[in-house]
Design a protein around this ligand. Structure first.
Ligand SMILES: Nc1ncnc2c1ncn2[C@@H]1O[C@H](COP(=O)(O)OP(=O)(O)OP(=O)(O)O)[C@@H](O)[C@H]1O
Length: 684
């Protein structure tokens, strides 16, 4: 018999049993680090060794990072590179978008626009709110509590909450009697407030053309929802919509799912369709303690016996008992944390350290991060790469102070899962305005930074990219693409866009604020000491209100401004700080050129810089040393988030570590997730 043989690891008997299992339906549930992804990769390679056509194999995950981790695991165990190129490894959402694209193109529809930002959907949300408010036939007008236009945070909150409604297929699986929304049905059957339900109905009517089922636009996860709805029985027999039988779902001979714990009802509906033919091979892996997307409807019940019933298959469950990634002390801690038994690999010496921070006499969290990184570097051993180290954050917005501290110490880092605050549009905008006002274009940053400035300027100032009758460009997109290229080549172009487009065509109040701020910057003899006055004259909260719909995002703009001001204090002013950033850009560009596609042992990403990432983003990855800062009660666990999600997220974050886990705990309000005996108080 043909058998796939890997030389990268010595598979255990459990792994071999999974690799060789002769039947078609298999489910593996095991702890973090217990080789689920690696073993799924072994099973895929075994299918190839037995003669499966790679074009008939589909691997689905829920995040791009999980796709990367699976691809890396396949490469690591020695999957044939040609076959690897032909395998489809995708997130559910991008797979669903592809299936719909194919069907919609065949149906003669234009490609659907895919939105990425809440701001793009905002006009449709406000239009829906207006229509709900103005509807003379509304049966329960007294039950409506509509937000006033532009109300802080409404659109962001609406999109967040309705993503869960769609992921759960809440409306489709719980139709109201007689098909009419009532406040009782909303609250009691759906757990939604009536207003949200009514606005969602109108919003969806904007998004989906009535009767035809074709979308006008999609936000992230809408493709999954739209495909799932098509696969459900039609609500209205006469409905003119794509025939589900015509969808290209039957071409797959093998379906593999990593991180099944993130499955929601919409994804499950797609999975059911993919597995409708009992001849299709299926293998899924997951860990119910890693469910962190309950907001989107992720539900561990899809790992339970309901999976068998829903798929009409008897799934064989095989174990993976040993976590290879980390040693017994972390395994014991995480076992207690998650309420299960986890066996750590006795050969893995994972050391745990806890540092109390942010109180009188103690180091700040940022100082502790820097000191830990320096100590780790100084004890660097041949078999441990210093840079294989990650600082994992509960919220991306926590990065700013750490980034500033890393800059001060010249510790190179890369951000994963979010953009460094220094490249966020508001920071680029302020940097550009200040550089132009101070006539210091040399502080605008390196080519990669400059390439991002034109779009940031238009976004922050709400300036129309093209004006009526502008003959030179076909679309705003082509203009911005060209502007970005030219800005990368020359800082003079950046200044020209600022002076000619923004200063002349921004809305009048924006122009006035800009002129006032420019005068403040120019009025100061050194230019530099005016940075905070310059920010005050710009009135950045106003810019944030105009550019963003989400309250958190608006607050973030403010925090970033404070971060810039504070960083410039540790240099000789803002211009000195911006000049320093340019120098870093240049070093970074050299490093990236050298790095190109620098790769990898197992599923670790090797880059000559430490990783700063959001904890949720690194699910599926691993690092030699993991630092978890800001462990404060109310922050992590986040007081405003789902308690089970928070517990699972901490488990995910802590189990990324191989040889060292360092937690930084707030001394006055320590996180409940950290056992007090682990934490040391070290004087600053
Ligand atoms: N037989 C083996 N011997 C030694 N190491 C192994 C073996 N199998 C897998 N590993 C290693 O164990 C580590 C964890 O594996 P993997 O990432 O597949 O776990 P996982 O269960 O998918 O983790 P997570 O749930 O965190 O995503 C990886 O470094 C992998 O290379």
């Amino acid at each position: 018999m043909n058998e796939f043989i890997t030389e990268a690891i010595t598979p255990t008997a459990e792994q071999l049993a999974i690799q060789r299992y002769p039947e078609r339906s298999l489910l593996i549930e095991a702890a973090a680090g217990a080789a689920k992804t690696t073993t799924l990769a072994l099973r895929i390679c075994q299918a190839l060794a037995l003669g499966a056509d790679p074009r008939g194999l589909l691997a689905l995950t829920f995040t791009d990072t999980a796709c990367t981790a699976l691809r890396q695991a396949l490469r690591f165990i020695g999957c044939d590179p040609q076959a690897l190129k032909l395998l489809r490894i995708e997130t559910f959402d991008s797979f669903a978008a592809g299936v719909l694209r194919e069907a919609e193109t065949l149906d003669g529809e234009d490609p659907v626009e895919h939105f990425r930002h809440a701001e793009q959907a905002a006009p449709f949300v406000w239009a829906a709110i207006e229509q709900v408010g103005a509807n003379p036939r509304e049966p329960w007008p007294d039950e409506l509590q509509l937000p006033s236009h532009g109300s802080d945070s409404y659109v962001g909150e609406f999109l967040r909450r309705t993503a869960g409604v769609k992921g759960r297929l809440l409306l489709e699986l719980n139709p109201a009697e007689g098909g009419r929304d009532t406040p009782d049905h909303a609250v009691e059957d759906l757990g939604l407030d009536y207003t949200l339900l009514r606005v969602l109905r109108r919003y969806e009517a904007h998004r989906i053309e009535s009767g035809r089922g074709h979308a006008n636009f999609r936000m992230p996860l809408d493709a999954t929802y739209d495909l799932a709805r098509l696969l459900l029985p039609a609500e209205d027999e006469g409905e003119d919509r794509i025939d589900p039988q015509s969808l290209p779902l039957g071409r797959w001979r093998g379906v593999f799912v990593d991180e099944l714990h993130d499955c929601n009802a919409a994804m499950f509906t797609i999975l059911q369709a993919l597995l409708a033919n009992p001849a299709v091979h299926f293998c899924a892996v997951g860990d119910r303690h890693q469910v962190i997307h309950q907001m989107n409807g992720a539900d561990a019940r899809f790992m339970s016996r309901e999976l068998d019933a829903g798929l009409g298959r008897r799934l064989k469950r095989l174990p993976l008992s040993l976590s290879f990634r980390y040693g017994p002390p972390l395994a014991r801690w995480m076992g207690r944390h998650a309420g299960k038994t986890i066996a750590g690999d006795a050969k893995a010496e994972t050391r745990l350290a806890g540092i109390a921070c942010d109180a009188a006499g103690l180091a700040s969290t940022e100082e502790a991060v820097v000191a830990t990184l320096k100590a780790w570097r100084s004890e660097q051993r041949k078999d441990k790469v210093y840079e294989d180290c990650a600082v994992l954050l509960r919220h991306p917005s926590q990065s700013m102070l750490i980034e500033n501290a890393l800059h001060r110490e010249r510790i190179a880092y890369r951000c994963d899962g979010f953009t460094t605050y220094l490249l966020r549009p508001e920071v680029l905008f302020v940097r550009c305005a200040f550089a132009v006002a101070s006539e210091r274009l040399d502080t605008l940053g390196g080519a990669r930074t400059r390439a991002l400035i034109p779009a940031a300027l238009f976004e922050m100032t709400q300036t129309p990219v093209l004006r009526d009758g502008d003959p030179d460009y076909r679309s705003a997109e082509t203009f911005l693409r060209e502007a970005s290229k030219q800005a990368a080549d020359s800082e003079v172009v950046v200044a020209a866009i600022f002076n000619e487009h923004i200063m002349n065509w921004a809305p009048k109040p924006v122009q006035q604020r800009l002129r006032r701020a420019m005068a403040v910057a120019r009025g100061s003899s050194s230019g530099d000491c005016a940075f905070e006055d310059f920010l005050a004259a710009l009135d950045m909260p106003r810019f944030a209100m105009d550019a963003y719909v989400d309250r958190e995002r608006r607050q973030e703009v403010q925090r970033h401004m404070a971060g810039l001001a504070s960083a410039s204090h540790s240099h000789a002013g803002a211009l000195a700080f911006f000049g320093f950033l340019r120098q870093l850009d240049e070093e970074d560009e050299q490093r990236l050129a050298g790095l190109a596609a620098g790769r990898t042992r197992s599923n670790r990403i090797h880059v000559p810089a430490i990783t700063l990432a959001s904890a949720s983003h690194v699910k599926g990855l691993e690092f030699e040393h993991v630092l978890l800062p800001y462990l404060k009660q109310g922050v992590f666990p986040d007081a405003g988030a789902d308690a089970a999600d928070e517990r699972n997220l901490f488990y995910v974050a802590a189990t990324r570590a191989r040889s060292r886990l360092t937690v930084m705990v707030d001394a006055s309000r320590p996180s409940e997730f950290v056992p007090p005996e682990l934490v040391q108080r070290v004087a600053a």
